[in-house]
Design a protein around this ligand. Sequence first.
Ligand code: SF4
Length: 518
Amino acid sequence: IRIYVPADSAAIALGADEVAETILAQAQQRGIEIDLIRNGSRGMFWLEPLVEIKTDGGRVAYGPVQVEDVNALFDADFLHCGAHALSLGLTEAIPYLQKQERVCFARMGVIDPLSLSDYEAHQGFAGLRRCLSMSPTEIVQEVLDSGLRGRGGAAFPTGIKWKTVAAAQAPQKYIVCNADEGDSGTYSDRMTMEGDPYMLIEGMTIAAIATGATQGYIYIRSEYPRAIEVMQAAIANATAAGYLGDRIAGSSHSFHLQVRKAAGSYVCGEETAMLESIEGKRGVVRAKPPIPAMQGLFGAPTVINNVISFASVPRILERGAAYYKNLGLGRSTGTLPIQLAGNIRYGGLIEKAFGVTLRELLFDFGGGSASGRPIKAVQVGGPLGSYVPEQYWDLPFDYEAYAAVGATLGHGGIVVHDDTADLSKLARYAMEFCAIESCGKCTPCRIGSTRGVEVIERLVQADTDSALKPAQEKLLRDLCHTMQYGSLCALGSMTPNPVISALNYYPQDFGLAAANPA
Ligand code: SF4
């Protein structure tokens, strides 16, 4: 009998290790032989720890299982799908999963993350194998044709970066994966590394073959100890099996890969600060140009992509650019792993083709707020994303449609707030966050964020009909304009997004009768 208990950080935080131990102990006590696999999470966190039993008709799920439920589950013969209050039926038939378009996350929760044979049995390395019969130019063209754009937040076309690095003449080139996933409410990179690490290795290896790079680094945030552990083990296994190192899969290509533990700073997620950090220096943003594709790590041409960008590549190579491009909307092709967090009943990971709306995500998937109160504001795209008011909840998830209303999709993180939220406090928090995380290189961000906290405090405290109120609002808008256009990187230039959206859509929280954008 095969049984699955996730070893994903979220599941472990909810007691999965203890549940796995108790199941093993109970089985031994009852003389039942079981094969317990520690898989990744399916991303339905309210059901974790989600225990699954393999049957001829597919896996049957039980959840959320606590240690004290295990005895009763054995008594109910759950190993043979016996009825129990925690029974959820076939895993694949759970609507939350069924309604998704899982391209990147197709293997997530299905395979044993560190089993190479499991990965290979689920189309693993099919993209790499196809790649080995193609020229580097053809590989780059396939990625260009797919329309894949960087999933880290900037949405820059991945194929153009690769093309630039491939065309550069240099004795050494690098592939760097940015796994410094620091946005609030985001975890798709972590889940990928913990639940399907060979997919990331395969995507980076394809990038190396396409561009002529021979060395790669995965820069993982220090707050992800399990992801670091799993990636290191996966790299060792892939190297031993000949998928990494010299002569990849018997070909003439070489690619060596290492994990670099990040320094614990939000700004190190900015690509040039990350390069400084990998080089062993303080994580300060570099001025561009030169762009990293020309002069990146140690001054060499470097491809930098986010985890999900690299993880999308194996499928594109396996199934072809047209398959990927046919998913999505306009210039936003493919799928986006969306992470639903904050005050939401069913938080978790949802992979959907672009075009899904926020309303569908909040209610059809999320089931409304966890508190049961009306949802007031939704921050999309991490701490630098705008607060999206209800009037825009029917906009399709599409980079251009969101940009047109001053919002961003970022890394696909969604944080929900109910009607008890005070948007003036959240705006103040955005400025404070910037002040704490600023690398200090440029004035609008370094000084502006601190002044921003003070101006918001004065604005909120000023009497409703005093002249100070409109004066502070104007000052705050001027300051945001300066930060937006005068900052060197996205931390300073995008911090105004949450502040201005809070001011425009929720003026009452600042004690203003109406926003005064002029
Ligand atoms: Fe550093 Fe902020 Fe300037 Fe970015 S915007 S370079 S984080 S000071």
